[in-house]
Design a protein around this ligand. Structure first.
Ligand SMILES: Cc1cc2nc3c(=O)[nH]c(=O)nc-3n(C[C@H](O)[C@H](O)[C@H](O)COP(=O)(O)O)c2cc1C
Ligand code: SF4
Length: 533
């Protein structure tokens, strides 16, 4: 039986020495700098030098991560809530921004009925959102020549709820011995056929064209968190050309990129990848009480070993990760001229402590099974390993890495320099820019750790998710003033996850007054009380 852990709360760690002592007690590798560095001396203020995106440099080292919205219109257009979020992201000072959120490439691929849809019908709204973001950035930070904006393209697969906030309508890459039960997959008819996938690939190609038309600098082909294309990476048991071997499981990505290029669309391409995964977790029933979730424990996986149902997992011991295919995927990305590789992990739906370490669980989660700093360090160290792997591979590859099975990709590569080492100086051709995730739990010590990992090349950019809902200007304050506004720091209350899971709009309810004053605030309190989070 698991025991609930007694968390040492970050705000109780009054000094960097206290923070280091606590990190040491956890026996994890999570280094940090002694203080917050300001101005141009801060590693976070330095532009990216090895790559440009859409001809632009990335002006500093922090990014706003994609975060799905639950507050668009039911036809996938913008509302004032959505506009406000994009404006705040523009004001943040981050020089790489994933628009404001993931956009569904078709209506039935939405994770909720109010998610944005990237369609001809919504083109005007998307263009307006981009303009709001750019204008807000210009007003606060003057220069937009080094601001890079990406749209994340998604199909929610197993987690689709396109028509009703409480009704799952899953479409999956393959059957899953644990998740099918949880997400209402009861029939093989819910598995995509190869023919349906070919049509879906065209939806991605169309979406990328719309993104280019409305001025996005890149599209992110989402491969994370258990959503559809991530699930394809783990489709070992799927027969046919999109399942089984690594080559088959990555075919959808290759065909999307090939399709985008063949259509004459030169938009830059990024991929967000769950770099590793483990089995789903659940609250320990022995330690759960009415109104109190128990600590997380792994679901029983004894009946499904070797575990061939996840990507980046140790198949014989699936509570551990294995990066061998992750490295292979990173190499493939570089070969396909994926210019931005954004690394995340796991899934917020079935192992949230892996994906977004938090002190307080979301309503469909469990109490932390480990100190959340362990989860933060795990992601930081995996990103470091992937980046090191790519650098070594890049340096050792004797000929062009552009040997892919996709002819149009190859054609594009052929016009590029052939030797990777020589090519580094060519801004059109470079190692992908690496973005790391899951920094929000660091709270007061976020700048200290971020400075260290960027200064030492463990990642290129720090990607911020929840913290930017609560405190979008956290890094701008760190770099500009050398101090943070304590009252604005995200404490990982998980309300921004609990609210939408219960049909309410997204946002930082506890800290952003815009939500505190809404009627949804009271509803959320009642929901939280009932589930005991
Ligand atoms: C409300 C919410 C929505 C999210 N939606 C997405 C999404 O649509 N796409 C995505 O790649 N990640 C999504 N994420 C994950 C974040 O991008 C990020 O990886 C995660 O929150 C961990 O980073 P953090 O510690 O800075 O919050 C979402 C996170 C939150 C809190
Ligand atoms: S609701 Fe606000 S404080 Fe809580 S996790 Fe989300 S962003 Fe952070």
């Amino acid at each position: 039986m698991s025991q609930p852990i007694k968390l040492v709360r970050i705000p109780t760690l009054k000094t960097v020495a206290d923070f280091r002592k606590h990190v040491a007690s956890l026996a994890i590798s999570l280094p940090c700098e002694d203080g917050i560095v300001t101005g141009s001396a801060s590693p976070l203020a330095r532009p990216i030098e090895h790559a440009t995106i859409n001809g632009k440099p990335i002006g500093n080292r922090w990014a706003i991560q994609p975060m799905e919205g639950w507050d668009g219109t039911t036809t996938g257009g913008a509302t004032d809530d959505v506009r406000r979020r994009w404006q705040r992201f523009g004001e943040s000072g981050a020089k790489l921004i994933y628009g404001g959120e993931a956009m569904a490439v078709r209506p039935d691929g939405r994770a909720n009925p109010n998610q944005l849809i990237i369609s001809e019908e919504n083109k005007r709204d998307l263009a307006e959102l981009r303009e709001i973001l750019v204008r807000a950035h210009k007003e606060r930070h003057d220069n937009t020549d080094d601001l890079v904006i990406g749209f994340q393209l998604t199909h929610s697969g197993r987690f689709c709820k396109p028509n009703d906030k409480f009704r799952l309508e899953p479409r999956v890459a393959c059957r899953h011995p644990i998740l099918d039960r949880k997400f209402n997959v009861t029939s093989d008819a819910q598995v995509w056929t190869d023919g349906e996938i070919e049509l879906l690939i065209q939806d991605y190609v169309r979406a990328a064209k719309i993104a280019a038309d409305v001025g996005a600098d890149f599209v992110d082909i989402k491969h994370c968190h258990g959503y559809l294309l991530h699930e394809f990476l783990s489709a070992h048991t799927r027969p046919g050309k999109y399942g089984g071997s690594f080559e088959n499981r990555t075919r959808v990505l290759r065909e999307i990129i090939e399709g985008i290029r063949a259509s004459g669309n030169n938009i830059e391409i990024g991929v967000r990848l769950s770099a590793f995964d483990i089995v789903p977790f659940k609250p320990d029933p022995a330690l759960s009480q009415p109104g109190k979730l128990g600590p997380g424990i792994p679901e029983d996986f004894s009946h499904c070993l070797p575990y061939r149902y996840a990507f980046g997992v140790n198949q014989n011991k699936p509570v551990e990760y294995n990066l061998s295919e992750t490295f292979q995927f990173a190499e493939l990305g570089a070969q396909l001229v994926v210019k931005i590789l954004n690394l995340s992990a796991g899934s917020p739906y079935y192992n949230p402590h892996i994906q977004r370490p938090a002190a307080y669980p979301p309503s469909d989660g469990y109490q932390p099974p480990e100190d959340p700093l362990v989860g933060v360090a795990r992601q930081i160290n995996v990103v470091r390993s992937v980046k090191e792997h790519l650098s070594t591979w890049w340096g050792e590859t004797p000929s062009s890495p552009g040997q892919t099975s996709a002819p149009s990709v190859r054609a594009r590569e052929d016009s590029r320099p052939t030797a990777p080492n020589a090519a580094v100086a060519d801004p059109r051709y470079s190692l992908p820019v690496i973005i790391g995730s899951a920094y929000s739990y660091l709270q007061e010590y976020l700048p200290h750790v971020a400075q260290y990992v960027v200064r030492n090349g463990w990642t290129d950019l720090i990607g911020l998710g929840r913290m930017t809902l609560a405190y979008p200007t956290i890094i701008a304050d760190a770099v500009g003033k050398g101090a943070l506004e304590k009252k604005s720091i995200c404490r990982t209350f998980s309300d921004c996850t609990t609210a939408p899971r219960n049909g309410l709009i997204s946002g930082c309810y506890p800290l952003d007054k815009y939500y505190t004053s809404k009627p949804e605030f009271q509803k959320l309190r009642e929901i939280k009380k009932a589930v005991g989070t």
